[in-house]
Design a protein around this ligand. Structure first.
Ligand code: ATP
Ligand code: MG
Length: 659
């Protein structure tokens, strides 16, 4: 992965000097109130990670039986809270029932057509227990895998919690995936039951789901014995006798009494396939106790949740962000988690701001791709709504360009909300590098500092420390509770992908994240992009993020994606794909101006050889730019590789025609 002929360091070329202090009032009321408090926690966790996590596990979670040993670390295999007994659904539901939270909203749901539903903790518990019994009656046993392929409806969360209640690991597949992608994932997980819906509402259309399941099962996935179908859109679907059942038929007769299964801390909780930005998705396995603790603590300290808050994470439950920060982290904390079926769409591009206004959302967590889409459309949409309830903003999924950060801060946050730029991965289970909003001064474009207990570092390909501000490879040096335990049925890939690329650091194996980064003189981390996307231009190794950010800082540019293209003299030349804001149009003049803008912002070495204007950039279904195909287009090659993770592959053909 890291070729030995490469020069060691990745150069950082972008300067960003702005610093924002947490607002005093926010800090006074926050869980973690100052940078000194953060540093104390960080040091405590660093010096004695096992006591740090054990204390929190004891204070914050319910255990049926306490563990014998906090950590068993046999690289790359970690076991947390060895022999501890716990149940995730119990921690998310049952323990709140004996408190006033029994009647607090657990989930507030808003459908795309405007229908809505609120489930209190008491109601959610009842539904989960009933559905857990439905699964048991179907013969589902502890350890069986369950596929979930659903729109963003409360039943998706109910299904997940019911699985964890009976100890059947779920594998949620994003509802926008095709029958083929679904089949591959169901086959890999050997799922016994699939939970789906007739369809879902998405972007003003009905997206059929049950027909996709039918097709997936026709062409394989022979492990699947039963299919449970939620009626959502009410279009006709074929129900196969003896295999397919309606959710509402099963649920209405099911008993609401179902004890939570006593699970071992290390029993698998779920399998989730990564987004596939860089190639074939990996079946990431998470286990119970460590994941519960880590998502609980990160939700509490990073989103600074209060009992009066309405918290909204806009991700889909099909991604890790939806698992950790719509369902498990918030519910474990007894929070109110808002779930929204819709996405910005032609009939209502500003729907997010309608939802913020309608429910008085206080904490809002979204992705850079959404923020850039709003920047492209202009400020009128958010300005037309009352967003004054917002007190904290978050972002995840890609590096956020400093200008997108500034826009988010000014237009959405009204210059009063701290922003948490959270770096993490499907594999890490929870947020790893992030501000704590009442404590950490923020710098636009930096995920700032590691969460307490996370020992992150930047090293060169040989595992040597690099100086401040020199780019290198982001690694994690100590296991953490929610780290992936393996790649499902593929321990070799687990070893090879995450533990082999960087040799030992200070005599110990380290987790290789696959991202490049630099750390500045204040210990702040700046993610520079994926290591696969590093370019080598006249001997300078450059990450994609900084070049893209330079382009996005031009007022005409909405989004940019930069790749290297082979060049006789320079080795590689910079090739940029750029989409413009709605009130700008492409011209030769603008093309020249943008090249010059990059030179002014960064330096002459960063001058793009080519800028290609584009209507849209290829994105994964989770909204990330896919550069591996752009590299092929820039080089004039045929487009090869697995395109199934790209939302709209026709975008690729259009770019190729125009290139
Ligand atoms: P695959 O691993 O299949 O290629 P993926 O990496 O896109 O897919 P995820 O686990 O959803 O799958 O994404 C994690 C990656 O997203 C990180 O490794 C990083 O590249 C990027 N990322 C997430 N959050 C941030 C952030 N706040 N800043 C910078 N990059 C981020
Ligand atoms: Mg990844």
């Amino acid at each position: 992965m890291v070729a030995s002929s490469e020069k060691n360091n990745i150069e950082s070329v972008l300067q960003e000097e702005r610093v924002f202090q947490p607002p005093t009032e926010f800090s006074n009321n926050a869980h973690i109130k100052s940078i000194q408090d953060y540093e104390q926690l960080y040091e405590k966790a660093k010096n004695d990670p096992e006591s740090f996590w054990a204390e929190l596990a004891e204070q914050e979670l319910h255990w049926f039986k306490k563990w014998d040993k906090v950590l068993d670390w046999n690289p790359p295999n970690a076991k947390w809270f060895v022999n501890g007994k716990i149940n995730m659904s119990y921690n998310c539901l049952d323990r709140h029932l004996s408190t006033w939270r029994r009647n607090k909203a657990a989930i507030i749901w808003e459908g795309e057509p405007g229908d809505s539903r609120t489930l209190t903790y008491g109601e959610l518990h009842r539904e989960v227990c009933q559905f857990a019994n439905v699964l048991k009656d179907m013969g589902v046993q502890k350890g069986d895998r369950i596929g979930i392929y659903m729109p963003m409806v409360p039943e998706a969360a109910i299904a997940m919690l019911a699985c964890t209640r009976i100890g059947a690991p779920h594998s949620v597949v994003f509802g926008g995936f095709s029958a083929e992608a679904l089949r591959d994932r169901l086959e890999d997980a050997e799922a016994k039951v699939v939970i789906t819906a007739d369809g879902g509402f998405r972007k003003d259309k009905i997206v059929p789901l049950k027909p996709e399941v039918d097709q997936a099962l026709e062409n394989g996935a022979s492990s699947v014995q039963k299919v449970i179908v939620v009626q959502r859109t009410k279009q006709d679907v074929t129900m196969r006798e003896g295999r397919d059942y309606w959710w509402h038929d099963l649920q209405k007769d099911a008993s609401p009494k179902c004890d939570a299964e006593v699970m071992d801390s290390e029993d698998p909780l779920f399998i989730l396939y990564t987004s596939g930005s860089t190639g074939k998705p990996k079946g990431v396995v998470h286990t119970t106790g460590g994941y519960n603790l880590y998502t609980h603590m990160t939700t509490k300290w990073i989103f600074d949740l209060k009992d009066t808050d309405v918290y909204w994470c806009t991700a889909d439950v099909g991604w890790i962000t939806g698992h950790s920060y719509i369902v498990y982290g918030p519910l474990s904390n007894g929070a109110t988690s808002l779930m929204y079926e819709g996405v910005p769409r032609p009939s209502n591009p500003g729907c997010f701001w309608d939802v913020v206004e309608k429910y008085g959302v206080n904490v809002f967590y979204t992705a850079p791709t959404a923020i850039r889409a709003f920047m492209k459309m202009g400020e009128e949409l958010p300005n037309a709504r009352d967003l004054s309830s917002l007190r904290l903003l978050g972002t995840v999924g890609e590096p956020i360009n400093p200008e997108a950060w500034m826009w988010y801060h000014r237009v959405i946050g009204g210059e009063k909300c701290p922003i948490v730029d959270t770096w993490w991965q499907t594999e890490t289970g929870g947020i790893m590098i992030t501000p704590l909003p009442g404590a950490t001064p923020t710098k636009p474009g930096s995920a700032t500092r590691p969460f307490p207990g996370i020992i992150a570092d930047v090293v060169d390909k040989d595992g040597n420390a690099v100086p401040d501000n020199a780019g290198g490879y982001l690694v994690i040096k100590h296991p953490w509770p929610s780290m992936l335990r393996t790649v499902y049925k593929n321990p070799e890939r687990f070893q090879k992908t995450y533990w082999d690329p960087i040799p030992q650091v200070e005599g110990k194996p380290v987790y290789f994240a696959g991202d490049s980064a630099r750390r500045d003189e204040n210990g702040y981390f700046w993610i520079m992009g994926r290591t696969d996307d590093v370019m080598n231009v006249s001997g300078h190794r450059l990450g994609s993020m900084e070049l893209e950010s330079a382009l996005v800082s031009h007022p005409a540019v909405a989004e940019a994606s930069v790749v290297g293209v082979p060049h006789e003299v320079k080795g590689e030349d910079i090739y940029a794909f750029v989409t413009l804001k709605d009130n700008y149009s492409p011209s030769d003049e603008l093309n020249k101006e943008l090249k010059q803008h990059v030179v002014t912002k960064i330096s002459a070495i960063a001058r793009p050889g080519t800028i290609q204007f584009a209507e849209a950039l290829p994105k994964t279904r989770s909204g990330k730019i896919v550069r591996r195909f752009l590299r092929q287009i820039a080089a004039g090659q045929d487009i090869v590789g697995d395109k199934s993770t790209v939302v709209d592959p026709s975008v690729l053909d259009k770019l190729r025609e125009k290139g």
